[in-house]
Design a protein. Structure first.
Ligand code: NAD
Length: 336
């Protein structure tokens, strides 16, 4: 089968990043097909994919990556020639209250997918079946696997893993399983570890949608602890482009960190969004910033994340196209 008309399996495509990725990929590769496998947990929403639902090159399957029989059937029925694996439980707060499902989906689910891909594509370690020669497994991961930084320094691909939450621990474990399938079986894998994303279609529970939603509804805008935790934000479409690039040109077995050089404290971010809202949708009186309130800190809250993206920049010529404030404005407009 030529690369031009292959079918790839996207998992978790009804979530935030996957649903931004699918329309981009279909437009980018006009002869390729996508099967989107998603369990439609509380975090998945097919509305996110309304723009592609009638595309003949797109098919949705509701199902769980922990269901091995289903995975085997999908790989056989659709001759899957590549996997881009987004499906995960992704909210740190939920992982603190209910860690079990994070281990189940993020670790066991990833193992299932990898193993079914391995058994379908390869006849023995380091021996691909001819018809599946170029098949690649792309695992989408997070910078949170590296733990927490102090005031200085950046996460590189060589930074030792030191996950602190059940979420990041489950992602770190899944990264290690992917790594092992490359080293032990010669599977063509790539892993991308990205910083915090923002943009359209994100679940309302996450930080930026929460700030926007609460501000507009006139409620308190909750900020954890003293608000000084730092995150490194990347616009989701820049992430999507980076995923596409690594998937097409990344080297097998490699890890690529992706980040937008947009570090900001949570409290500064809240003020920035409020200031933008003051311009875009002024209140009758006062500023949205007056609604910001500090709440009890998240247990084990990582202090700072910051990505060194020089590897993907220098080796694959990637850079974030979006400017933080412009993209944040677009994002605010999308949510109201
Ligand atoms: P999300 O929570 O918005 O979406 C996850 C999707 O996976 C949902 O559609 C959900 O229904 C689906 N899903 C969950 N469990 C499943 C299962 N067992 N079987 C099949 N589908 C299942 O997540 P997101 O923000 O789009 O993140 C996607 C990936 O990117 C995750 O692996 C996450 O760890 C990673 N990541 C996210 C960010 C971020 O800022 N959002 C940053 C870096 C990496």
């Amino acid at each position: 089968m030529s690369n031009q008309n292959k079918t790839i399996l996207v998992t978790g495509g009804a979530g935030f990043i996957g649903s931004n990725f699918i329309p981009y990929y279909l437009a980018q590769f006009p002869e390729q097909h996508i099967i989107n496998l998603d369990a439609l947990t509380y975090a998945g929403d097919l509305e996110n994919l309304s723009e592609v639902e009638s595309n003949p090159r797109y098919q949705f399957i509701k199902g769980d990556i922990c269901n091995r029989n289903l995975l085997e059937k999908i790989f056989q029925d659709h001759h899957i020639h590549g996997v881009i694996h987004f499906a995960a439980e992704s909210h740190v707060d939920n992982s603190i209250s209910n860690p079990g499902v994070f281990i189940e989906t993020n670790v066991n689910g990833t193992f299932n997918l990898l193993d079914v891909a391995f058994k379908t594509w390869m006849k023995a370690p380091f021996e691909y079946r001819e018809e599946y020669r170029d098949c690649r497994f792309h695992h989408i991961s997070t910078d949170e696997v590296y733990g927490s930084l102090g005031e200085t320094g950046y996460f590189t691909e060589e930074t030792p893993y030191a996950p602190n939450s059940p979420y990041s621990a489950s992602k770190a474990a899944s990264d290690m399983v992917v790594r092992s399938y490359h080293h032990t079986y010669g599977m063509n894998t790539v892993i991308t570890n990205c910083s915090n994303n923002y943009g359209p279609k994100q679940h309302k529970e996450k930080l930026i949608p929460t700030i926007i939603r609460k501000a507009i509804s006139g409620e308190d805008i909750p900020i954890y602890g003293n608000g000084k935790n730092v995150r490194d934000w990347l616009y989701v479409l820049d992430h999507v482009k980076a995923i596409n690039l690594v998937n097409a040109e990344g080297k097998a077995g490699e890890v690529y960190n992706i980040g937008g050089d947009a570090e900001i404290q949570n409290i500064e971010l809240a003020h920035k969004i409020c200031t933008l809202l003051d311009e875009l949708k002024p209140k009758d009186s006062g500023s949205y910033s007056e609604q910001i309130t500090f709440v009890k800190d998240r247990a084990g809250h990582d202090q700072r994340y910051a990505i060194d993206a020089s590897k993907i920049r220098s080796q694959l010529n990637w850079k974030a196209d979006s400017e933080f404030e412009d993209a944040l404005k677009e994002t605010i407009i999308w949510y109201w």
